[in-house]
Design a protein around this ligand. Structure first.
Ligand SMILES: [Fe+2]
Ligand SMILES: [Fe+2]
Length: 188
């Protein structure tokens, strides 16, 4: 029997779904919006992980805000500016995560009840400027590790969530780097 040219994948690995099947599948369960049959991640687990990340970001916003308003001393102004910028960027991360949770058919958990327990990072007030920066650095390092783990977990099953997490991770790494630079400057 003659093979149809172009229809057979080069390797044994299944290639793309044919157009007819794709179109039929898309018509089913249209109420699920962006979630199609091809979504292979465990949605409940992804939503749960994202809600923990949301709690982490919200705790980080609160901690950075506290530090921003409480920063005093000779280096206070430049450090406070950095705290405020980080607070705003953590808020941006929280918004992105909440939006993705909704796209995945979940509900973002903004409840203050249990917020600190759901969060990976801690809310530590810190006694002085150096203490504050160190606490923020610890929190960033916790966030970096947890985002890296989440990215590994999501792997190729949910590229959109993965891309978002990768973007956030890159920024947390920048934050950690900023804080180390601040510590070095102040120590001089
Ligand atoms: Fe963040
Ligand atoms: Fe951060």
């Amino acid at each position: 029997m003659a093979e149809q040219s172009g229809a057979k994948p080069v390797s044994d690995k299944p290639f793309l779904t044919d157009v007819k099947t794709l179109r039929e599948r898309a018509r089913k369960h249209i109420e699920q919006g962006a979630i199609t049959e091809g979504y292979s991640a465990d949605r409940d687990t992804v939503v749960k992980l994202l809600n923990e990340a949301l709690a982490t970001e919200l705790i980080c916003v609160l901690r950075y805000k506290r530090h921003y308003f409480m920063a005093t001393g000779i280096n206070a102004e430049s450090v406070a500016t950095e705290f405020l910028q980080h607070a705003n960027e953590e808020q941006g991360h929280a918004d992105l995560i909440a939006q993705r949770i909704v796209q995945l058919g979940g509900a973002p958990n903004f409840s203050p009840e249990g917020l600190a327990t759901r969060s990976h990072a801690e809310y530590v007030e810190g006694n002085d400027l150096i203490d504050m920066i160190k606490e923020d650095l610890v929190a960033e390092r916790i966030a970096i590790d947890s985002y890296r783990e989440m990215i590994t977990y999501v792997n190729t099953d949910d590229p959109t969530t993965r891309r978002m997490l990768e973007g956030i991770l890159a920024m947390e790494e920048e934050h950690a780097d900023d804080l180390v630079s601040l510590l070095e400057t102040i120590a001089k």
